[in-house]
Design a protein around this ligand. Structure first.
Ligand code: PEP
Length: 236
């Protein structure tokens, strides 16, 4: 029997309320093998929560601020996220690092705040193409892990997302994923779920998710394909 893993869907700045409702209804009609964490845009969270009726489906946000309240126009706090019904929040996604200048210190602060609000942060780490080509992947990951992980609790997840694999259609090889996840497992110890992200599709999900030390996947583009994502959730 296939063991139950975590499949998180990061919709980024995509999707509509109608499509999300349709997807949730479809996915929850299936015999889900894996646990879904759906992470749509902020504005869809409250409505999405009303459509969740399976114990195998949870809600996540894509970011939160490092402070709980204050004069931060346009930002959303971890308490706001929690209030929508979310259990998870993605922190430090490479697109936040790249387009919003987020660094390891900020990511750690956000993770600590998320935990204080009762959310489980999914903390993203990953090397860029230059670092992979220079052969310094493990050093980069060690630096990110040491700098980003919260001290206050072990109630978080880590997502290994090589930047060069995100949205490119070029997933890391099974060998590379196994090597990195083995390394991360030694760094973080047992009990912390380790997700892989980067061009996971209905074609490669099953193999990736069955690797040792891979507790799940973080999926971008393919999570917007209702039927393909449904197959992944059913372990097909
Ligand atoms: C992501 O956004 O976290 C991601 C992994 O995207 P994609 O699956 O499209 O590569």
């Amino acid at each position: 029997m296939t063991s139950s893993k975590i499949i998180a869907g990061n919709w980024k700045m995509n999707g509509t309320a109608t499509f999300l409702k349709e997807c949730l209804s479809y996915w929850q009609s299936l015999s889900l093998v894996h646990n879904l964490v759906i992470c749509p845009p902020f504005t869809l969270l409250t409505e999405a929560n009303k459509s969740i009726h399976s114990s195998k489906v949870s809600l996540g946000a894509q970011d939160c601020h490092q402070k709980l309240t204050g004069a931060f126009t346009g930002n959303i706090s971890a308490d706001h996220v929690k209030e929508t019904g979310c259990s998870y929040v993605i922190i430090g996604h490479s697109e936040r690092r790249q387009y919003h200048g987020e660094n390891n210190d900020l990511i750690k602060a956000k993770a600590e705040t998320a935990i204080s609000s009762g959310l489980k942060p999914v903390i993203c780490v990953g090397e860029n193409l230059g670092e992979r080509e220079q052969g310094v992947t493990l050093e980069i990951l060690q630096t990110q892990i040491e700098a980003c992980l919260p001290n206050s609790s072990r109630d978080f997840l880590v997502a290994y997302e090589p930047v060069w694999a995100i949205g490119t259609g070029k997933a890391a090889s099974l060998k590379d994923i196994e090597e990195v996840h083995g390394f991360l497992r030694k760094l973080v110890g047992s009990g912390i779920p380790l997700l892989y992200g980067g061009s996971v599709t209905a074609e490669n999900c099953k193999e990736i998710i069955s690797l040792s030390d891979v507790d799940g996947v973080l999926v971008g583009g393919a999570s917007l394909k209702k039927q393909d994502f449904g197959r992944m959730l059913c372990g097909q």
